[in-house]
Unconditional design. Sequence first.
Length: 335
Amino acid sequence: MKTWLVTGGAGFIGSNFIHFLFEKYGDTIRVVNLDKLTYAGNLENLADIVRQPNYEFIQGDICDAALVNSLMPKVDIVVNFAAESHVDRSIGAPDDFIKTDIYGAFVLLEAARMHGVEKFIQISTDEVYGSILDGSFKETDILEPSSPYSASKAGADRLAFSYYVTYKLPVIITRCSNNYGPYQYPEKLIPLFVTNALENKALPIYGDGRNIRDWIYVKDHCDAVDFLFHHGQNGQVYNIGGGNERMNIEITDLILKHLNKPDSLKTYVPDRLGHDRRYSVDTQKIRQLGWKPKHTFEQAMAQTLKWYMENKRWWEKLKTGEYLEFYKQNYKKEL
Ligand code: NAD
Ligand code: DAU
């Protein structure tokens, strides 16, 4: 029976990935979820999993070498989702990004090297390439990250690669585009705008609203990571994308239309510092191995909006206290 160490498993993508693993492999695997439970970690995301006998939750920091070393001997596969993940927060306070995203990845890699693992999957991001106005980035393109978040992710991405080259650690690196789906913390564009619209609050559009992101349903991202575990080659980087490039204003209009809310909720606010104009990844490499997304943007967005409408209790309590304070102080005083 293989043991998967999923770090950051109480966050958005990590918790969806743990659901994915149990749906796919049932009781033929063990899952250890190591999560510090920062503001973004939420055990409610895994409420239906918590009593599974083959699941173990450990509250802890990936920077804690003693803890990580104590776990690693019983682990076969590491998937490192743990990170500070929000660009705006990295602009306001980069420290934790450097600590968790770079040093934390180092601690995991070092423990994996010492104890030996079958696979180490480093969840990187398409943001490591920086912005591209025309065309799409291939895995071999240079990295020009432009926020403290994406720069810290680029550091971990290349550090993971160095562990493959230097120590032959069986590392795979993934660079995925923007995810959407259930359990996403309501500070990111889609859950923030959906929940604000449901509460008849302003939707704060940065700049001219014409920045472009490529959207992928989180379950397709999880499926791609599992696919690469089986079919990816060690030492390789794989772009993952949904093939759904949309301007932020298009996403905003779609949300307002779907929820039958007025255009007057759209509120243009000062731009994000260093705001990347467009992200776009070329996904030929993973597609040639035989993977493609299973969900269409229209269907999965409709399902996602439905989930936030039906799970008001999940997000309502997140939109108070620390969250509001952070935004008022840093970006959106007018809200
Ligand atoms: P998230 O912020 O929702 O979750 C991050 C999780 O990591 C939280 O549960 C948090 O408690 C945990 N964590 C933070 N610091 C930790 C530490 N020091 N030790 C242990 N746990 C810690 O993030 P997400 O959106 O689910 O992203 C997960 C990963 O995927 C990140 O590595 C991110 O860079 C990457 N990624 C995200 C997207 C996206 O669109 N959200 C796209 C591509 C890649
Ligand atoms: O591309 C992958 C990345 O996608 C991940 O690596 C990051 O972890 C994840 O947070 C996400 O980064 P973005 O910065 O693209 O996502 P965010 O949801 O913060 O913003 C999406 C776009 O919407 C971006 O152009 C900024 C804009 N935006 C965002 C917020 C929160 C607004 O206009 N208003 C907002 O209030």
